[in-house]
Each structure stands twice: as C-alpha cells, then as structure tokens.
Design a binder for this molecule. Structure first.
Ligand code: 5GP
Ligand code: MN
Length: 338
C-alpha cells in the first residue's frame, strides 16, 4: 500500500464525516462487496455512510448485509443528488474512470468532493485526491482489506465486513481459480473466514440460488454458441426477445461468457447481450493466457477491464456488432493462435 495515500486517507477520515461509497454501473460482487464492507467498517468509526449504486444490482447479491439500504441512483435520483450535494468524502470502488458510473458522474463532478479511488483496473484516471490503484490485485475487496489493515483497523473487521469482502474476492477470482489469485489472496480469504465470513453460505447465496428461468436462459445462450475454430474463439448472443422470453432479471447472464472459454483450445470468448432500453449491445470478453481482451475492448468497443476479463458496448444492432467482431478477428489471429 502506498504510504502517502494511506496517510492522506487517515487524515480525511480523522473526524466523523458524511461518506458516500460508489460502485460501478451494473455492480458485481467485487464492487458491492467493497462498498458494503467499507460501509460497515466506517459506520463503526462513527462516519455517516451511504452506498449509492448507479443502477440496480443483481438479486444474487441482495443477501449481503446492508444491501437493503443501498440507494439506487437510477430509481432514487432526487434523494441521491441530495446525498451527493452534502457528501464530505466519496469513495469510488472497483472502477478507474467516472465514465463507468453513467449519468451519476455529472452531479458528482459538479459537487467535486474529495474522492478516494480504490481499484484494480489498469490506467486509472486522475480525478481522486487519494488514488489506491493496483492492477496486480485479485479484487478491489482484497485491496480494501489491505487498506483497512494499513489504517490500523484490522480488529474492526466484523463478520459483516468479512462476509462482504470475502464475496468480492470469491467472485472476482472465479472462486480462487484465476491467475490473479495469489498466496496472499488466499491468506486474506482465510483471515476473513476467521473473522466470521461463512464461506459455504456465501457460496450458496451467490451460485446456488437460481430461478428455473435463469437456467433456461442459459440453455438458450448455449444453443446460440458459435465456435470459430480458426480463431480459437467462441461467442454467444442473446437478443432482447430471448431475454424477455425467459423473464430476464439483472444478473441472470453473469458467468455465461465463461462457458465459451470452457471449450478445449478456446482462447477468446465473448457474449453479446442486447439492451433495447439503453439502445446498446453490452459485451463481455474473457481470454486465456496472454491474449489481452482489455486491449480489444478499448480499441473496438468503448470499453476496457483486465487482460483476461473485459467489457464494452456497441450502439449498432446485435447482428452488426457480431459481424464487426468477427471482422476484426483476423487482426488478432496471430496472437490467438500462439
Ligand atoms: P464483465 O464482463 O463481468 O461485465 O466485466 C469484466 C471486467 O471488465 C470487469 O473488470 C469490468 O469492470 C470491466 N468492464 C466491463 N464493462 C466495461 C466497460 O464498458 N468499460 C470498461 N472500461 N470496463 C468494463
Ligand atoms: Mn473487481
């Protein structure tokens, strides 16, 4: 942990403050875990803390302690704007640019409170007074754990804090299997278990609470799987009609992209999901080894992320987006076949 940044953070939090914690849009387990974990910890230090999410978060995270009190900007804009106007410190967690929070960036930029960024994506923007950015970390939740320890607050990790942080580490490491999970990550997870994170319950709450419609949507996604052997690539599409037919809930498609990558010899997997409300195709990319989907998402799909997991978008139709994707693969053929 950068000692200067930790010192500045200590100063910012020396007296009780009105604190906001903000995850990225379409928050995942890591973003919500970091927000809610810090929320419990900072409340115990007498700060007045609120989590504001740019939009709704998935049902499979609603069991998390404190999830019921999260303010959703898209649904409670007036209330959220009031909180933003009076915030004294704003933590932005698990993202590297204010573009990742959509329209909520506007009131935050206008209010210009001291920002604290804790994040593990590459190329952080420079908007924060305190920037804690480390792309080598497994997850923002692991970083938050190290920050808590560096602040000398390790003994304040209650079972609620531990459960939230464990969740983000679990989900961002694919249950500890990705290369980003280090021996230190596993030691942190062990410490969180010792501090009361019920790992079996957490796993079940996240992965084993499917609605039948979600499994049927997965069946539909797998029917749509296309394999391009010559590019070691597999991709899935889901149209809005297919989502509607399976009563899509937010979060239902989480993890679907990994099925493409589970194929022997596939190096690049993608999923293209139509969102008619927003007029976009949301894309997730995953890769094996050295092939950087971060670079691909940045260069062609207004996105980014990490080397092996990234996302992006397109404002073209589903068919045109897929056609464009297939059209750029020859540029990457050498890297894909290495
Ligand atoms: P997912 O595919 O699970 O939504 O995201 C995978 C990774 O890519 C995450 O680290 C996420 O933060 C990042 N990511 C997803 N969508 C976008 C995007 O539109 N822009 C950027 N910069 N990163 C994204
Ligand atoms: Mn993350």
């Amino acid at each position: 942990m950068n000692p200067t940044a930790i010192h500045s953070l200590k100063e910012l939090l020396r007296l009780p403050k009105r604190v906001l914690l903000v995850p990225h849009k379409n928050p995942d387990g890591d973003a919500m875990g970091a927000c809610l974990g810090l929320c419990h910890l900072l409340r115990a230090q007498n700060h007045a803390v609120t989590v504001i999410s740019p939009n709704e978060f998935p049902d499979f995270l609603k069991w998390m302690p404190g999830a019921d009190a999260v303010v959703v900007y898209e649904k409670q804009e007036a209330m959220a704007k009031g909180l933003i106007g009076s915030a004294e410190v704003v933590f932005t967690l698990d993202f590297n640019t204010l573009e990742r929070i959509g329209p909520m960036a506007e009131p935050l930029r206008a209010a210009a409170p001291p920002f604290v960024m804790i994040d593990h994506h590459q190329s952080p923007d420079g908007y924060a007074q305190v920037t804690l950015s480390d792309p080598d970390m497994s997850s923002t939740c692991e970083m938050v754990y190290h920050v808590i320890r560096a602040l000398g607050l390790g003994d304040s990790i209650t079972p609620s804090v531990a459960s939230c942080l464990y969740t983000g580490i679990l989900t961002d490491t694919g249950s500890f299997k990705y290369a980003a999970a280090t021996p230190v990550t596993l030691r942190v997870a062990a410490e969180l278990m010792e501090r009361g994170a019920p790992h079996t319950d957490i796993h079940r709450n996240i992965y084993d609470t499917n609605r039948p419609e979600r499994l049927q949507l997965l069946g539909c996604a797998l029917q749509n799987l296309v394999i391009l052997k010559e590019f070691r690539t597999a991709y899935i599409t889901l149209s809005q009609d297919e989502l509607d037919r399976h009563r899509f809930h937010k979060g239902d498609t989480e993890g679907f992209v990994n099925y493409g990558l589970s194929l022997k010899d596939v190096v690049l997997a993608a999923i293209f999901i139509e969102n008619r409300d927003e007029g976009i195709i949301k894309i997730s990319f995953r890769s094996q080894g050295d092939f950087s989907v971060n670079n691909m998402a940045r260069a062609h799909f207004e996105g980014g992320g990490h080397i092996n997991a990234a996302g992006g978008r397109s404002s073209e139709s589903l068919g045109d987006t897929v056609e464009r994707f297939v059209g750029i693969l020859p540029q990457y053929q050498k890297a894909l076949m290495e």
